[in-house]
Write a protein that binds this ligand. Structure first.
Ligand code: NAP
Length: 350
């Protein structure tokens, strides 16, 4: 099978370089273009990233000699993975979709557009069909699909087995979010060392609204949002990678701890789709009282799992637990690649 040609927009940022690394040797995709701002354009990627490559494994060979381009819709590829800063993502992604490219985005700008799929393939693969409505309404040859906010993805993966088995009425979540979630160079060391910052711009709104669309039901008219209520408090902490989230839930029926753990452990929803980046276990439950921890558990299932632990009764809602997930892999780059794989399987990249 000929591999599909891919361009990465925002290839120099934290998510962009994670895309460059994660897509290396992908069985279906081959990167032909790397693009970023005009500050980076015109030089070889290896040169541009000489002092900016922030990943412990070496830069993949394929990327070193690609010359970084500007983010204009004249790139030699069929699919673009966007890791653009949100200040430019809206217009640039629209320009690509209008020009016939398939766009799989990490940026927030189009997530809540009623005709744009906000995808987690294990949860709402069927929402991909919104693309037809999007193309019809906007008259585009291409299209945009998005992945959710990095805290939203992990919380929703952990909630999905509970929603399916028991129903969910209310969710309260307090996040402790890693520094790499703020991009590069991100938060100043003077601000974060010896500190916790109890505010991340626009984050609580995303974590409260995106799950309702993700868990919503699809009809040809659009997504009918889920009825649950979500309340979020988001904090920045001095952890390099991995968002930790303390979640309390009110369920629609009384269940035992054992039944909840069983639902986490048995959650294996999209194996039949055959997506190469699908984790075998999208939700991993850890029994030890002091887990999950970012330092120890963030790379489980190659960073593609949501790691859950500390399930116990909640005296206000029904149960509480902790969720940990890699913000750059399952929370961003890995999610955009998984969505692109879903597009391929559903025939949108033919
Ligand atoms: P980042 O490190 O700041 O990278 C931003 C990228 O956007 C860089 O490649 C930059 O290129 C490019 N860019 C900036 N201005 C541009 C312009 N005018 N024209 C073209 N390209 C431009 O940010 P990040 O953390 O990788 O995040 C990228 C996107 O993913 C954001 O929308 C973010 O909200 C989203 N996201 C991030 C995470 C995470 O954990 N970090 C998780 C989920 C979603 P230059 O280097 O050339 O300036």
């Amino acid at each position: 099978m000929a591999r599909i040609s891919v361009g990465i927009l925002g290839a120099t940022g934290m998510v962009g370089q994670t895309l460059v690394q994660q897509i290396d040797k992908h069985p279906w995709f081959k990167v032909t273009e790397l693009a970023a701002s005009d500050k980076s354009a015109g030089e070889r990627y290896g040169e541009v990233m000489k002092n900016r490559w922030n990943i412990s494994s070496a830069m993949p060979d394929y990327a070193r000699d690609l010359v970084v381009k500007e983010c204009r819709p004249n790139l030699d590829c069929d699919l673009v993975l966007s890791a653009l800063d949100s200040s430019v993502a809206k217009e640039v992604e629209e320009d690509f979709a209008k020009s016939g490219y398939a766009v799989s985005s990490n940026a927030k700008n189009h997530r809540m557009d009623p005709d744009v799929p906000l995808l987690i393939p294990e949860i709402n693969a069927g929402h991909v069909e919104l693309i037809k409505k999007q193309q019809k309404q906007r008259g585009w040859k291409g299209f945009i699909v998005t992945d959710p906010n990095c805290s939203t993805i992990h919380m929703c993966l952990a909630l999905k087995p509970l929603l399916d088995s028991f129903g969910i009425e209310k969710v309260m979540v307090t996040t402790m979010q890693a520094l790499s979630g703020a991009g590069y160079p991100g938060v100043s060391s003077m601000d974060i060392v010896d500190n916790v910052i109890p505010f991340i711009y626009d984050e609580e709104e995303k974590v409260e609204t995106e799950p309702l669309k993700i868990f919503g039901s699809f009809s040809k008219d659009g997504i009918n949002p889920a009825g649950m209520k979500v309340s979020a408090q988001c904090n920045r902490v001095a952890v390099r990678h991995g968002h930790t989230e303390c979640v309390s839930v009110k369920l629609s029926k009384k269940v035992s701890e054992k039944e909840i753990i069983k639902s986490f452990e048995e959650f294996a929803p999209n194996m039949s789709l055959g997506l190469p980046s699908s984790p075998k276990h999208p939700v991993v439950y850890l029994e030890n009282d002091n887990r999950p921890q970012p330092k120890l558990d963030v790379n489980l299932e190659n960073g593609m799992a949501s790691v859950v632990g500390r399930l116990r009764a909640c005296s206000i809602l029904d149960y509480k637990f902790v969720v940990l997930g890699h913000n750059l892999i399952r929370g961003a780059a890995g999610a955009a690649i998984l969505n692109a794989e879903l597009l391929k399987v559903k025939g949108y990249l033919d």
